[in-house]
Design a protein around this ligand. Structure first.
Ligand SMILES: Cc1ncc(COP(=O)(O)O)c(C=O)c1O
Length: 400
């Protein structure tokens, strides 16, 4: 009988070989206690968190936590139902109002995760005879949304304006087209040239979706993302986002100004055929989103942190994903998986947690140590982090 698991044998072999060297499993870490958005206890040791995407540090905000507790008392632990049946509570409407206010847009639809928001909106908007034109480095949820909808997929080279233009030119003018872009690409932390790309897409008659998962709350004057920062937010048809990063909880959403947007609530399968978010989650999200509207000081501090860490790592001699800091993600490029895993463990032993990222999640087969900064990291913590990188770099031979 064929074993359906046999296709995973190469991965199982690679993983076993890595663990046989005595290395801690980088994909199985337990946070024994989380003290704040920037510190946790891991393996009994105080550990600075530098790989959580908790960009604005909202997870322990007292107002956010209080809103969640109150909703738990008032509405119970879960809705046990779909948004279109028994799963829309006052809190779901309230968080959608908060999103409309945050983005100054007409419509907002909340999904149970950002993954489902991409899955739902992309698969529902672009069907069998339509085209999806997407950056080749798009997030897995974007690719999975394409697969679910059966549209023709036209990838173009990462952040390459000319490549996008060429692809658009070759498509039949009368065909339905959806261009899918991200504000910040999460592997290298680089920003998309949305100004040019949105203009080209619109000129070619395409609708545009921008996933702003890694920019919400931080980039742009009001924290609306890269589309806001580059002055094209009014031309974007759909913005996708998540509550699992700057908002500090879990959930996903799409905001739009399209007059027919609300019909998606009836036709979008990943919205209809799943239970809605628990009342405590939507209450924390609504409170957090409203506070993010008024967080210019935190945004400024987060930029300072990103610049400080980027400059410090460069000075130490590490190879980074971008020449300048473009977001709150700073990717340290490792020569190979073995060195990356050794460096990851050495950092953990120093008391620092970062994300180890490897193919297929990473572009061009790279192994990365992905650092994501938080607005609540202090200047001293960034200094401590740099000291840990220096020590771990020397211990593993990454730095001479
Ligand atoms: C670009 C991008 N889109 C969507 C998602 C999915 O978000 P969520 O965690 O809410 O499912 C992520 C999460 O990693 C992401 O990086």
């Amino acid at each position: 009988m064929p074993d359906l698991f046999s296709k995973f044998d190469p991965l199982i072999g690679e993983r076993e070989a890595l663990l046989e060297t005595g290395l801690t499993d980088p994909f199985n870490l337990v946070m024994e206690k989380v003290e704040s958005p920037t510190v946790a206890i891991c393996n009994g040791k105080r550990t600075i968190l530098l790989g959580t995407y908790n960009y604005m540090g909202m997870t322990f905000d007292p107002d956010v936590v209080a809103a969640g507790k109150k909703a738990l008392d008032d509405f119970g632990s879960g809705t046990t139902g779909s948004r279109v049946l028994n799963g829309t509570y006052a809190g779901h409407r309230a968080v959608e109002r908060a999103l409309r206010d945050f983005y100054a847009m007409d419509h907002a639809m909340v999904f149970s995760t950002g993954y489902q928001a991409n899955l739902g909106v992309i698969s529902t908007m672009a069907g069998k005879d339509d085209y999806i034109i997407l950056d080749i480095d798009s997030h897995a949820s974007i690719y999975d949304g394409c697969a679910l909808g059966n549209a023709q997929i036209v990838p173009f080279r990462h952040n390459d304006i000319e490549a996008l233009e060429k692809r658009l030119r070759r498509l039949p003018p009368e065909a339905g087209k959806l261009v899918v872009l991200e504000g910040v690409y999460s592997m290298l932390g680089d920003v998309a040239p949305l100004k040019e790309m949105v203009a080209l897409s619109k000129a070619a008659g395409a609708m545009v979706l921008v996933d702003e998962a890694h920019s919400m709350g931080f980039i742009g004057e009001h924290g609306r993302g890269v589309a806001e920062a580059q002055g094209v937010i009014d031309e974007v048809d759909f913005i996708i986002g998540t509550f699992s990063k700057s908002v500090g909880t879990v959930g996903g959403f799409c905001v739009s100004n399209h007059p027919k947007f609300e019909i998606l609530r009836l036709v979008c399968r990943p919205y209809v055929f799943t239970a809605s978010l628990p009342p405590s989650v939507v209450a924390t999200a609504a409170t957090s989103i409203r506070k993010l509207m008024d967080s210019a000081d935190k945004r400024a501090h987060l930029w300072e942190n990103s610049k400080r860490l980027h400059a410090g790592l460069r000075q130490l001699g590490f190879r980074l994903g971008t020449d300048e800091p473009q977001s709150a993600i700073i990717a340290v490029i490792m020569p190979d998986l073995e060195t990356g895993a050794a460096m990851w463990e050495a950092l953990l032993n120093e008391g620092l947690y970062v994300n180890l990222a490897r193919p297929p999640a990473t572009p061009a087969g790279m192994t990365l140590l992905r650092c994501s900064l938080c607005a609540l990291h202090s200047e001293e913590q960034v200094g401590e982090i740099l000291g840990m990188f220096a020590a771990a770099g020397r211990a593993t031979g990454c730095l001479s």
